[in-house]
Ligand binder design. Structure first.
Ligand SMILES: Cc1cc2nc3c(=O)[nH]c(=O)nc-3n(C[C@H](O)[C@H](O)[C@H](O)COP(=O)(O)O)c2cc1C
Length: 220
């Protein structure tokens, strides 16, 4: 099993979303010890450059106008995605939605003729579906009774990843990281519990299932 681990916090390995995504990777390695992990760090100094003019032109042309620059980078990122069996994305919420670093990765992998094509009925995904685990960290809460802000992050990721054919999404969150150490400890504990629940079925042959979650687990 090939795991693609994408992490996009500017705080890199010190970040809460990386910490959570790393736990998900550990759970996956627990059930598939022989799995390989490809790390794709795209936060902070490792941020991808914005897409270039040729790439933008290619997105509405009948063929690519260049294979260089953003097109070459996009090719590499798409290859990584295509060769994965499971994707784990660690992301903070920034301004109610995806951080710019994750948006840039999306701009590179959501590509006409490569990961989707356009039909009279609309855009059609070209990627083989596979489990995608999304580890979200947020300073406030965006789900549950105590939510006090909108959430454009999880619906956006569902829509855009679904558009390229990735529908099998599971969200795990640590919300309220700004509310002090006790709240953070509580949020982490709830998420640990949700992770345990989610992955425990893989250890019981009678409840064995494919690595195909389709659930949304949050810990507001
Ligand atoms: C530019 C920026 C925007 C943010 N916007 C939000 C927001 O809209 N909602 C929220 O709950 N937290 C917001 N936060 C707080 C982060 O989501 C929070 O600190 C999170 O735990 C960071 O995760 P990380 O350690 O993985 O980077 C924002 C932080 C930054 C730097």
């Amino acid at each position: 099993m090939n795991i693609l681990h994408v992490s996009c916090s500017p705080r890199d390995r010190a970040s809460e979303s990386y910490r959570l995504s790393q736990k998900i990777v550990a759970c996956l390695l627990d059930i598939r010890p022989g799995a390989t992990v490809k790390e794709r760090v795209i936060g902070g100094a490792a941020s991808l450059p914005p897409i270039d003019e040729d790439y933008a032109m290619s997105q509405h042309a009948s063929e690519d106008v260049s294979q260089e620059g953003s097109a070459a980078r996009s090719e590499e990122l798409i290859r990584e995605l295509e060769s994965s069996d499971v994707v784990v994305i660690g992301t903070p919420m920034h301004n109610f939605t995806a951080p710019a670093a994750l948006k840039l990765w999306i701009d590179h992998v959501v590509r006409v003729r490569k990961t989707f094509h356009v039909s009279p009925e609309g855009k059609v995904g070209m990627l083989r579906d596979r489990p995608v685990f999304v580890a979200v960290s947020s300073g406030g809460r965006f789900a549950g009774e105590r939510a006090r802000q909108p959430d454009f992050l999880t619906p956006y990721l569902k829509a855009i990843l679904g558009m390229v054919g990735l529908h099998d999404l599971a969200f795990f969150t640590v919300q309220g990281t700004a509310f002090g150490p006790d709240a953070l400890a509580e949020a982490r504990a709830r998420t640990d519990h949700a992770l345990q629940e989610h992955f425990s079925s893989f250890h019981h042959p009678s409840r064995e299932r494919s690595a195909s979650p389709r659930s949304v687990a949050t810990s507001p």
